[in-house]
Design a protein. Structure first.
Length: 264
């Protein structure tokens, strides 16, 4: 016989929990929010670390499709570290932080502060992790520089339309992930949800503006294929815009709209 704690939370309860969590973020000091966001940018880098290590060891042994599957299976590790560890990731807050604004409890400029601090911290963490990773690759036999080039090219090969639409899908999935994690009642369930959703993002090659930043920064700093600064900027601008729209519109606004309109 299942207990109440084993039952999924209602949509109203999840919205209430998401709203409370978001309001807590608005009340935090800017320094705390920035440091937590830097930590998230660093931690999510372990997804790319594991992927590039696996690439280095297996790219000559596995066919292309099998290699892609193996690397995608390693993609969730950084997200697990960030989400279970409760540091602040921009693509979670595209959905979370907009809820108090549409509810009239916070202003647009306050939303800009939250998004700006979290994004800045994530980018600082991603860049620092890329520097450490490239430095490690110079002295270690576990990583080959061609791994940086492999991922860098995958991120910039798509045209702007494909990059944007893929980023919208990634932001949409990340918004749903935050919702599903709130719905889960135990840590194992949350890890399972994180693993499944982020595997879909990785396997689908959908651009994530923070995890992708670690990869493209590494390709820019340590690759040999010549990923340039303009390509880095193009990827980051389009991926960030798409992720924001995917999370804020397709999850935040829609979930808030249909749940609040269904209230008695």
């Amino acid at each position: 016989m299942s207990s109440d704690s084993d039952r999924p939370k209602s949509e109203r309860a999840v919205l209430r929990e998401q709203m409370d969590a978001s309001l807590h973020e608005y009340e935090r000091e800017s320094r705390s929010l920035l440091l937590s966001s830097i930590a998230a940018g660093l931690e999510i880098g372990f997804s790319f670390f594991l992927m590039v290590v696996l690439f280095s060891h297996f790219h000559e042994l596995l066919e292309k499709s099998t290699l892609h599957l193996v690397l995608s299976l390693s993609y969730p590790i950084g997200f697990i570290l960030v989400i279970i560890g409760r540091t602040d990731l921009f693509t979670e807050h595209t959905t979370l932080a907009i809820l108090p604004v549409v509810d009239g409890r916070q202003r647009i400029r306050d939303l800009g502060r939250i998004w700006g601090l979290i994004y800045l911290g994530n980018m600082i963490g991603a860049f620092v992790f890329a520097l450490i990773l490239v430095s490690y690759a110079l002295v270690s036999q576990n990583i080959v520089p061609s791994g940086f080039d492999y991922y860098g090219q995958k991120l910039i090969d798509d045209n702007n339309s494909a990059l944007f639409l893929g980023a919208v899908l990634a932001g949409w999935l990340m918004g749903l992930l935050g919702w599903l994690v709130s719905s889960s009642t135990d840590t194992i369930g949350r890890i399972t949800v994180i693993t499944v959703v982020t595997f879909v993002i990785g396997f689908g090659g959908l651009p994530h503006c923070v995890a992708g930043a670690v990869a493209i920064f590494s390709a820019w700093i340590g690759g040999d294929a010549g990923v340039g600064l303009l390509e880095v900027i193009r990827f980051q601008v389009i991926a960030t815009l798409g992720n924001t729209i995917g999370g804020a519109v397709f999850v935040g606004l829609l979930k808030y709209g249909y749940i609040t309109n269904n209230l008695p």
